[in-house]
Design a binder for this molecule. Sequence first.
Ligand code: DP6
Length: 353
Amino acid sequence: KVYEATVTAPVNIAVIKYWGKRDSALILPTNSSLSVTLSQDHLSTRTTIRASPDFTIDRLWLNGVEEDINASKRLVNSITTARKLREALEEKQKQDGIPAESVVPLSQWKIHVCSENNFPTAAGLASSASGYAALVSALGTLYELPQTTSELSRVARVGSGSACRSMFGGFVAWQAGIADDGHDSLAVQVADRQHWPELQALILVASDKKKAVSSTAGMQTTVETSSLFAERVRTVVPQRMEAMKEAIAKRDFETFAEITMRDSNQFHAVCLDTYPPISYMNDTSRAVAGLVHAFNSARGRTAAAYTYDAGPNAVIYALKSDMRDLVELFTYCFPREDSILPDAFYPDPFSIF
Ligand code: DP6
């Protein structure tokens, strides 16, 4: 007897950054954040989970290689949380009068998890967001959980903060919440993928090396040492969240782009204000940012935006009508011989959805 579910979850790229936790165990953030979920076709994780009374231990394969599932507390936490939801469902089914022998005791069975990214892990692109979102969605499907996607995003959140946003497509806000138990810290969809089809994203791989300081460790040091950070959380982000939602609702690209760049810049400024300082962008990242501003000046409008996460790779947002020129510009300024934008540089701009 084997029960099985397969789910695919995409990567998301924040335009208002999550950086800082008020609770590290539950992964509760210091501020709300907002992201765009990319297309499943380009960067995503596909996860299959099987449950059987014949399995003796939980097992996990990542990109074909078996890993110790118990080595990661976050992984154990997310699986345990999903199992508890299934247990509650089985309990309810019994209470509702379903004969005990018809209630499948999936919560008691061990699972085998098989997870694969459709992009090279070496490209240095975040995989934990799509990874945990795929794991939790697959568990939700396998266990037939009645919870809404927002409710399930709380389970993805305990795996990795940014993962809660990958539970939805389109434009997604992670509401920081205020409760100590984290019940109000979850993802909500701000607009779906069809809302703004002209918006596209381009990923420029500036380096495929593993980052020196992990997001988890970096943001912890920032919370402890940066005074700029406190100001960002208190006044800047709340105002930007509102302005960003409005820009998305109106499909106002110029406002969307300016807030995106300003928020990326402030996030990296806060990293430099951390002690010891953290610097994720490199010379290539800065050259790309300069080029985007030069492009915008030449167009006489904000036609493109850059954003950088905890690494040097750029994500460029632009409308479809400007993307072809941008790709030409980047290809011209960063020829392949530089090995700056080789393999994961997509010659055709791809739709973010
Ligand atoms: C810079 O979600 O990777 O990409 O919650 O500790 O797993 P943990 O951190 P993670 O941090 C992502 C930080 C970021 C910004 C963002 O995605 O909002």
